[in-house]
Design a protein around this ligand. Structure first.
Ligand code: ARG
Length: 403
């Protein structure tokens, strides 16, 4: 009989959480495993069987794909969420949802503690701990053996292999985290940021040299700032994302390689694949620019960055997020229309847009016909508009060709 009580483990089926399951069993806990399906395809297969083999007493696989797509990923579209201008936040967005599902099961089975497989070096510990605390309160224990025992990946690998468990699919060489929105690959040779990532780390995007010779054209329809149809076909959020991941990835677009500033004071070299996320954000941004006034457009970037930083930093529970989202939603009300994109051998470009509520006027911008300001109006505007800068430059002695 388990002596230490019942613990609910956020179980991905990967290396770290499998080792954690073994450790918790060894320590005498009764372990209930919860796998939240947020669109990861790599380790989901056979996860239940693996959990039982490693000693779980009960296992839950929860399909949260549609929830993840509509309530998390699509918020990121509205906020053009790219942390440090690059990372679409896949892992950061999924953690609060996984924590929510784990907390629900913990309440249901009357758990004494919850557990996760995060290390003490990463961002995920912040994301899990904060949301679990919020949902479950201070009385429940949060066990994080990888963090508390400083368990290394090679030790975990050794532990699992000694018990006869196989670790495959690159999970022995890299730390991989996958969901509908982003595939993240860390560690191994990637830890040397001066070296190009080897082709073997990529799974969602084809080598652009091997991409088809004909470009792919896409037409995405947005309403209220979120995509609702692709090439005229209405689709559910989850379907839009998985469709674009495949279609765009097959043309070699969606790879990211950057140096990231973690919440925990470290820089890390991160490699990602996110064909759908990058496509949707690029299209959405273009449409926003077509719709917004210059003031709105500039201010929106501030909102977007604040939202992205907060989510990355593990503060999903921070009340400021809701205020930001209220403003972001309000600004997205009129972001509707069609965006045409061209994907060709690893590149993606917006090649056309039709916004339904735009102040763009073909008539007004045409140089040959239509509206022209009166000569005096234009001249007076330029004079008064530039007066401040000219006066300041003169006052500082920079005039006379030195500016
Ligand atoms: N750097 C990303 C983040 O903090 C991804 C972390 C998880 N990735 C992984 N390969 N284990 O959100």
């Amino acid at each position: 009989m388990a002596g230490k009580g019942r613990v609910v483990l956020a179980y991905s089926g990967g290396l770290d959480t499998s080792a954690v399951l073994l450790l918790l069993k060894e320590e005498g806990y009764e372990v209930v495993t919860v796998t939240v399906d947020v669109g990861q395809e790599d380790v989901l297969e056979g996860v239940e069987e693996r959990a039982y083999k490693l000693g779980a007493t009960e296992h839950y696989t929860i399909n949260a794909k549609e929830e993840f797509a509509s309530k998390y990923a699509f918020k990121a579209v509205k906020a053009n969420a790219l942390y440090e201008d690059k990372y679409p936040l896949g892992t950061a967005l999924a953690r609060p949802l996984i924590a929510l599902k784990v907390a629900e099961i913990a309440k249901k089975v009357g758990a004494d503690a919850v557990a996760h497989g995060c290390t003490g070096k990463g961002n995920d510990q912040v994301r899990f701990d904060s949301t679990l605390r919020y949902y479950l309160g201070d009385d429940i224990g949060i066990l994080a053996p990888v963090r508390s025992l400083k368990l290394t990946r090679s030790k975990s690998l050794e532990m699992l292999r000694s018990k006869g468990f196989k670790v495959e699919g690159g999970h022995d060489k890299y730390s991989i985290d996958e969901n509908l929105w982003t595939r993240s690959i860390e560690g191994g040779v990637l830890d040397d940021p001066s070296k190009e990532p080897p082709e073997e780390v990529f799974a969602w995007t084809i080598d652009p040299r091997k991409a088809p010779d004909d470009p792919l054209y896409l037409e995405i329809e947005f309403r209220g700032g979120v995509p609702v149809a692709v090439n005229g076909e209405r689709m559910q959020p989850e379907k839009i994302i998985s469709y674009l991941n495949r279609a765009v990835g097959a043309h070699g677009f969606g790879r990211i390689d950057h140096i990231e500033n973690r919440v925990v004071g470290l820089k890390s070299r991160e490699v990602y694949e996110a064909p759908a996320a990058l496509t949707l954000i690029e299209a959405h941004r273009d449409l926003e620019k077509t719709v917004y006034t210059p003031l709105e457009y500039r201010f929106k970037r501030t909102l977007d960055q604040a939202w992205s930083d907060l989510v990355y930093n593990g503060l999903w529970v921070e009340p400021l997020r809701l205020h930001l989202e209220a403003a972001i939603d309000s600004m997205n009300r009129f972001v509707a229309g069609l965006v045409k994109l061209k994907v060709y051998k690893g590149s993606l470009q917006v090649v056309g847009r039709e916004a339904w509520y735009t102040s763009y006027s073909h008539e007004a911008i045409d140089y040959n016909k239509g509206w022209y300001p009166e000569g005096m109006e234009a001249e007076g505007f330029v004079k008064i508009y530039t007066m401040h800068s000219i006066a300041a430059a003169k006052a500082r002695g920079l005039a006379g060709g030195e500016v």
